[in-house]
Ligand binder design. Structure first.
Ligand code: AKG
Length: 270
């Protein structure tokens, strides 16, 4: 009996070693990986409840609050609330999931070393919400981590119809594809070959992880359902350590300055 247990443990260990090697290989080659059925429905339930609780926080959802993201309706252009960035400081269950041991294990397998949470957001993408233009998450700031990766965790079905994230495998190898001037740049569609696009169609419970250098975008949500996704971004421990709060301070300063340039000096963070 004891021997059987030992063999079972060893084969489990072997398969997790192989799995880890596969993950790193795939990630290095394609710039992204998809892992199915990592999170159970029971674990997702509190995250869904949190997304609903926070949507009712009308004190937070304000056009001048830098934590809030907005998107136009794909047909009417109406500007509507799209998400919270950051999110983990508002929700202990979401914070726990961002630091879940399975999540951290997968990131360690991909990065080859422990990961540190760098940034986090929740995008609601209600029906009709426009998509996000082609871009890379990496921003050419002097200390922005080159090891930056984002983990996508859907709370609803993310399909082509509901405007799932679309990635362009292998293009992370080319590094920063825009002018490295420290500004956010949308990339022209001529930058990618659309025939190579991969739609990250995910069920709740699945996750995807992609490199900060991987060009990606999304289409509008043309379904009649929400497409809520958590985005947790990380850097490798050796690439600056725990920098979440420092980055948040710099990012909010940068955002405030951008809004001021567009005659919006009244912004604040709450
Ligand atoms: O999944 C999406 O809709 C894209 C969101 C995105 O690319 C981003 O927030 O950087």
């Amino acid at each position: 009996m004891r021997r059987m247990r030992k063999v079972a443990r060893e084969s489990q260990h072997m398969s997790s070693v192989v799995h880890r090697v596969d993950l790193q290989e795939q990630f290095t080659r394609d710039g992204y990986v998809v892992i199915r059925e990592l999170i159970s429905p029971d674990e997702l339930a509190p995250l869904l409840a949190e997304s609903e609780r926070l949507l009712a926080r009308r004190d937070l959802i304000d056009i001048n609050n830098l934590r809030c993201r907005w998107q136009g309706h794909c047909e009417t252009g109406e500007c509507r609330f799209d998400g919270f960035d950051p999110i983990t400081d508002l929700s202990p269950p979401i914070e726990r999931m961002a630091r879940d041991s399975r999540v951290m294990g997968i990131l360690q397998a991909i990065l080859g070393e422990p990961a540190c949470l760098f940034k986090d957001k929740l995008i609601y993408k209600p029906p009709g919400a426009s998509g996000y233009g082609l871009h890379q998450d990496y921003i050419a700031w002097s200390d922005f981590p080159t090891s930056f990766v984002s983990l996508v965790m859907p709370l609803d079905v993310a399909s082509v119809e509901s405007g799932c994230t679309i990635v362009y495998p292998g293009r992370h190898h080319e590094g920063c594809l825009s002018t490295a001037d420290g500004d956010y740049h949308q990339l022209p569609m001529s930058c990618v070959d659309e025939s190579t696009a991969v739609s990250l169609e995910l069920e709740p419970g699945d996750i995807a992880v992609f490199s900060g250098f991987l060009p990606h975008r999304s289409d509008a949500n043309r379904s009649d359902r929400w497409r809520r996704q958590l985005y947790f971004s990380y850097n490798a421990l050796s690439d600056g350590g725990d920098r979440r709060l420092d980055h948040q301070r710099v990012f909010l300063g940068w955002l405030k300055e951008k809004y001021s340039q567009f005659d919006r000096p009244e912004t604040y963070f709450d």
